[in-house]
Design a protein around this ligand. Structure first.
Ligand SMILES: *Cc1c(COP(=O)(O)O)cnc(C)c1O
Length: 370
């Protein structure tokens, strides 16, 4: 049996336990020293001047937009291939999500499609560094600058990723992170964080996450209750020390997959930037259903990220989003193979052999979609 994921703490178990025990012994559970220490450490790890811990990645995105003053009447251009939470966060801020199609190989938002989607109502561009690989940030930053709109980065799948050598999150005005348990840096529950270089935006986000309080019991504006608690902050801080090792392990496994899948009847999206952190390892197959069944028959767990493009989600119907044909096709073909830091190299060989095996359904030609 090759499991898709394994969330029980492994080599980090003692560090996680010590972190929890420390917080419990102190008896300070919300907005305390652990959060401050983790915010400083995480900001350092991604070279960001300010980090603000919040309840989850969705809130990080919504509060990033709100802290920038983006809301009702504004349009935010984003990717159709992501966790739907990216678009839901735009709606939570009161703005309208507008979708620009993705690049068929990089699988991140296509800058030409973004350019074409700009209107007088566009307030921000919100690219998603999907699967761990950065979107084409230099091109997107140039478009944002030309049209004087904000750039907000969804880094929920891209902790420690870089784009042309520069940390993701450093291109935009604000970046949002999730520490959902399955992410490259995961908590033992929900957690999120946003980073920014703008001190005023940081201060506003700090107020917004805590009910809009200016002082204790004085609410200056309509904020939310979205705080990263002390236990999760302590656990994340302990795990942050492991993250570079885990990231290297992901990269090594991905390299192995690429070698072993060379003759497989699937399309393996090329690595466009060595700063890829391989949150997931997706392949595309025209025979996805058969391939997934073939792997399941051999005890190999796979998942689909994501089966429905966001513009086609019923929850988005009121926004009447335009369809994105490349995202439609990718969502119909994509399959995530198991990849996590605890996965053995032998398991990669086994999965790759099963994907390549003659018994495997012939998606036929391992070609790029169009
Ligand atoms: C996980 C994720 C989110 C949402 O994060 P939560 O912590 O679950 O709210 C948003 N965008 C992307 C790309 C994600 O992977």
């Amino acid at each position: 049996m090759i499991r898709f994921l394994h969330l029980t703490p492994g080599p980090d178990a003692a560090d996680v336990r010590a972190a929890i025990d420390r917080v419990v012994a102190r008896g300070w559970f919300i907005l305390g020293p652990e959060l401050e220490a983790f915010e400083r450490a995480f900001a350092g790890a991604c070279a960001a001047p300010h980090a603000i811990g919040v309840g989850n990645g969705t809130d990080a995105l919504a509060l990033a937009l709100r802290a920038l003053g983006i809301g009702p009447g504004d349009e935010v251009i984003t990717a159709p291939l992501s966790a739907a939470y990216t678009a839901l966060a735009i709606m939570m801020a009161g703005a309208r999500p507008v979708f620009a199609d993705i690049d068929p190989e990089r699988l991140t938002i296509d800058p030409r499609a973004v350019d074409a989607a700009i209107t007088s109502r566009t307030a921000a561009i919100l690219p998603v560094h999907i699967y761990g690989q950065a979107a084409d940030m230099p091109a997107l930053a140039a478009i944002a600058q030309r049209h004087r709109v904000a750039l907000v980065e969804d880094c929920c799948q891209a902790h420690l990723a870089t784009c042309e050598g520069r940390p993701v999150g450093s291109f935009g005005a604000v970046a949002a992170y999730s520490f959902y348990p399955t992410k490259n840096l995961g908590a033992l529950g929900d957690a999120g964080l946003l980073t920014t270089a703008d001190g005023a935006v940081a201060e506003r986000a700090r107020r917004l996450r805590n009910g809009g309080q200016t002082d204790r019991y004085h609410h200056g504006e309509f904020g939310v209750n979205s705080r990263l608690d002390e236990i999760q902050a302590a656990v994340l801080h302990a795990r942050l020390a492991w993250l570079p090792r885990w990231t290297e392990a992901r990269r090594a496994l991905a390299r192995r997959y690429r070698e072993r899948l060379r003759d497989a009847p699937v399309f393996v999206p090329p690595e466009r930037d060595p700063g890829h952190v391989y949150h997931l390892f997706p392949v595309l197959s025209e025979q996805r259903t058969a391939l997934q069944r073939h792997l399941a028959d051999r005890g190999i767990e796979t998942l689909i990220h994501y089966p429905v493009p966001i513009p086609r989600q019923p929850a988005l119907a009121a926004e009447r989003p335009a369809a994105c044909p490349v995202a439609d096709r990718v969502c119909a073909q994509v399959l995530s193979l198991p990849l996590h830091p605890g996965l053995a190299a032998g398991a990669v060989d086994e999965v790759a052999a099963a994907v390549t095996a003659p018994a495997a359904p012939r998606g036929g030609t391992a070609v790029a979609p169009d």
